[in-house]
Ligand binder design. Structure first.
Ligand code: BDR
Ligand code: CA
Length: 312
C-alpha cells in the first residue's frame, strides 16, 4: 500500500484528513509533519499528537515539528475559522508521545531517501516544510513519488482574499518554490474542495452506524465540525455543512477516480498588492507561462464523502 507523510497545520479539517488517512487500509502513514498555519506550530503539533492518540496510533506514527513561520513573510493564523485551539475548541486527552527529535524537513528528506521513490506527500497547510526540505536536498524531486497539495484556486475565487487560497497565501514563496522544483504535484484547490461538503445529517447517521471502536473518533469529528459549520454558515451562507478541503486531498491521493485532474501551467503570485498568493493558471490556448501541475477540476463529491465516512 502507498506510503505517505502527511504535512498538516492541524485544524478541524486537517484532523479529519489525518483520522481518515490513519484509518484507511489504502494508505500507510509513515509520519506526520506539522507547520504553522491555522494556528502556531506548537499548537498544531500538540493537536496532531492528540489526534494520533485518538485514532489509536499513539507511539506508532512519528510526529515531527516543522516551520513556525513562512520563508520570508510574517505568520498569520486562522483561529476565527478553527477555534482558539485549532480543533473547534474540543478538548482531547493529551498524548504521552513526544514530537520526534528530528525536525520536519530533515524527516521528509530522510524518509524520501530510505523509501526509495515509494514516498508521497500530502500537504494540508503551508508548503514551508516542503520548501525547507528542497533546500536541504535539491535532489528531492527525484526521490519523491508525488505531492498532493491542498491549496490554490484556479477558476473560482479565493477564500482568504478575492483571489488567494489560505495555504498558498500563507507562504506564497514556499508554494512557488515547490511548483518550480520539478516535484510531481497534484493541486487540490477550492475548485473541487468547496463542492465537497460534509453535512450534519451525514454525521448524525455516522454516529448510529460507525464501528463501535470508532465512537470516540466520531464524537470528536461531530463536535469539532460544529465550529466549522458555524464559520461556513456565517461566511459562505452554507446550511449545516462545510467543505472538506483537507480530507478531499487525502482521498485524492488514495482513491483514483474521485478527483479528475487536468495538467495546467501554474505560477504563484509572490509580490502583488491585490493578488498575493494567487495561483495563476495559464488558460490560454497555447499556455506558455508557469510550471505544469495536475489541478483538480472535477470531483465526484458524493462518493468522496461516502468513502471518507466508510472508514469509521
Ligand atoms: C485550507 O485552509 C485551512 O484553514 C484548512 O485547513 C485548509 O487546509 C483551506 O483554504
Ligand atoms: Ca489545513
Amino acid at each position: 500500500i502507498p506510503k505517505f507523510i502527511i504535512d498538516a497545520d492541524t485544524g478541524i479539517d486537517d484532523a479529519l484528513a489525518i483520522l481518515y488517512g490513519l484509518k484507511s487500509d489504502k494508505a500507510d502513514i509513515v509520519g506526520i509533519t506539522t507547520g504553522f498555519g491555522n494556528i502556531p506550530v506548537e499548537q498544531a503539533t500538540d493537536n496532531t499528537l492528540r489526534i494520533v492518540k485518538l485514532a489509536g496510533f499513539e507511539h506508532l506514527v512519528p510526529v515531527s515539528m516543522g516551520a513556525a513561520r513562512p520563508l520570508v513573510r510574517h505568520p498569520e493564523f486562522a483561529t476565527r475559522v478553527h477555534g482558539r485551539n485549532g480543533i473547534g475548541d474540543v478538548e482531547l486527552p493529551p498524548s504521552s508521545q513526544r514530537p520526534a527529535e528530528e525536525p520536519a524537513d530533515a524527516f521528509i528528506v530522510r524518509m524520501a531517501g530510505e523509501l526509495g521513490g515509494e514516498l508521497s506527500l500530502v500537504t494540508l497547510g503551508r508548503l514551508t516544510n516542503v520548501a525547507h526540505a528542497l533546500r536541504r536536498d535539491p535532489g528531492l524531486p527525484a526521490k519523491i513519488k508525488h505531492v498532493y497539495v491542498m491549496g490554490g484556486a484556479v477558476r473560482v475565487p479565493g477564500n482568504v482574499t478575492p483571489v488567494a487560497e489560505a495555504n498558498i497565501w500563507g507562504d506564497p514563496d514556499a508554494a512557488d518554490l515547490v511548483f518550480r522544483s520539478g516535484l510531481a504535484v497534484t493541486m487540490i484547490g477550492l475548485d473541487v474542495t468547496l463542492r465537497t461538503r460534509l453535512h450534519q445529517h451525514q454525521l448524525d447517521a455516522l454516529r448510529l452506524h460507525c464501528k463501535p471502536e470508532n465512537r470516540e473518533v466520531v464524537d470528536f469529528i461531530d463536535r469539532s465540525m460544529q465550529a466549522y459549520f458555524r464559520f461556513y454558515g456565517e461566511s459562505n451562507g452554507f446550511d449545516a455543512c462545510a467543505p472538506l478541503h483537507d480530507p478531499l486531498t487525502m482521498l485524492a491521493a488514495v482513491e483514483p477516480g474521485i478527483v479528475h485532474t487536468e495538467t495546467l501551467r501554474l505560477s504563484v503570485e509572490c509580490e502583488g498588492k491585490h493578488c498575493l498568493g494567487m495561483t495563476v493558471a495559464d488558460l490560454r490556448h497555447r499556455a506558455a507561462v508557469g510550471h505544469p501541475v495536475r489541478v483538480g477540476v472535477e470531483v465526484d463529491a458524493a462518493s468522496a464523502v461516502e468513502k471518507l465516512l466508510a472508514v469509521f
